[in-house]
Design a protein around this ligand. Structure first.
Ligand SMILES: Cc1ncc(COP(=O)(O)O)c(C=O)c1O
Length: 371
């Protein structure tokens, strides 16, 4: 069997400086995971029940369980939605939602920096899909000249690479004016923003345009999985048409028990949220006194711009050697010219660690764009 084509593709990728490899937690201080509140290591002291681990089938055959339904109903109630529907990951939730929501002749309008999982969902759908300039309401409005059928605007409440938030209120107004539907992925808003960490979209009077919210539980909730929140009829629709839900084995009961445990902690984690916000402020304030060029963001996701892919990789290696776990983000994952070190701040980072990180960064100006 000739499998040299595999090696050839890998070599090409490496030659482009884009080789990828798995990475564990590392020994340094965590400035790279999405475990914003430090909940990933938290587990119940005692498990009072034995929860069967396997479900045995998809939810439509025999894999459904009362615990899945109860947990979904509880999440819907906590987040002020009519219904919630579980998927095994955020990637699957986005694939499952966007591949079937808009049909042939309809249109998706998505922010140019939207997450890959949403892009994949759009590609699988039969709808038209157009991107608009990042966070630009006027650019979105101008797309009115090309849309057909029903129109679905797709945003993230906190963008995963830049850490910034779209002008949600203005986009809601635009959707209202033009009769468009809005869908917001709250992957990086959950746990951090909004009342009890319920996200930027929580508690807003936007139900006339906000068709769905996507919550992912692998980040601030410190677990895995995701839910699509929305009207009850949306859940019913997805049950009929969403292939990543229909053609996959259901999650086991222990997942739902653990999710509830983690989300209860997340909703109550006011002390963690407050120390996270203090760390964000401290990082931004300390960086402002240095030549570091940061992307504008008030979220835990902070990007330090570098002079290209190679410089970003070198700088990340150097920081790791100094005891800081950070990761480079290269183009084409981010646009050319915005290659960066992506720093993720957490509630459990100390003020001193944040200050030390900024000092080490500013000692390595040669790799970075200077503000
Ligand atoms: C905005 C956004 N949506 C969805 C996902 C996918 O979520 P998961 O990691 O649960 O598959 C991510 C993960 O990086 C993300 O950043």
């Amino acid at each position: 069997m000739d499998i040299s084509f595999l090696q050839e593709a890998i070599r090409k990728r490496a030659d482009q400086g884009l080789f990828r490899s798995f990475a564990g937690q590392g020994k340094g201080i965590d400035f790279c995971s999405n475990d914003y509140l430090g909940l990933s290591q938290l587990q119940p002291h005692t498990l009072t029940h034995f929860y069967g681990l396997g479900s045995g089938a998809s939810r439509l055959i025999s894999g459904n369980h009362v615990l899945a339904e109860e947990t979904e109903a509880w999440v819907a109630e906590q987040f002020g939605a009519e219904s919630a529907l579980w998927y095994g990951s955020g990637y699957l939730a986005n694939l499952g939602l966007f591949s079937c929501l808009a049909g042939r002749g309809d249109t998706y309008l998505y922010d140019e920096f939207i997450h890959a999982s949403i892009r994949e969902g759009l590609r699988l759908s039969h709808a038209h899909a157009y991107s608009f300039r990042h966070n630009d309401v006027e650019a979105l409005r101008q797309k009115a000249s090309v849309v057909r059928g029903r129109v679905f605007v797709v945003l993230e409440s906190v963008y995963s690479m830049d850490g910034d938030t779209p002008p949600l209120e203005a986009i809601v107004h635009l959707c209202r004016e033009l009769g468009w539907y809005l869908i917001v992925d709250e992957a990086h808003g959950l746990g951090v923003f909004g009342s009890r960490g319920c996200g930027h979209t929580f508690g807003q009077a936007w139900n006339d345009v906000l068709l769905a919210r996507v919550l992912t539980f692998g980040k601030a909730a410190g677990f895995h999985g995701a839910m699509v929140l929305g009207p009850a009829v949306l859940k019913e629709y997805l049950t009929q048409f969403s292939r990543p839900l229909i053609y996959t084995t259901a999650s086991g009961q222990s997942d739902f028990a653990m999710l509830r445990f983690k989300l209860e902690k997340l909703l109550m984690a006011e002390a963690e949220r407050s120390s996270l916000l203090q760390n964000i402020e401290h990082f931004i304030r300390s960086s402002a006194q240095t030549p570091l060029a940061l992307m504008p963001s008030v979220s835990p996701i902070q990007s330090v711009l570098c002079n290209g892919n190679e410089a970003a990789v070198k700088l990340a290696e150097l920081l790791c050697a100094e005891g800081f776990e950070v990761r480079p983000v290269r183009s084409p994952t981010v646009p050319k010219g915005t290659e960066r070190i992506r720093i993720i701040l957490h509630s459990f980072n100390t003020k001193e660690q944040v200050g030390d990180l900024v000092s080490v960064l500013s000692r390595n100006e040669a790799f970075m764009k200077i503000s």
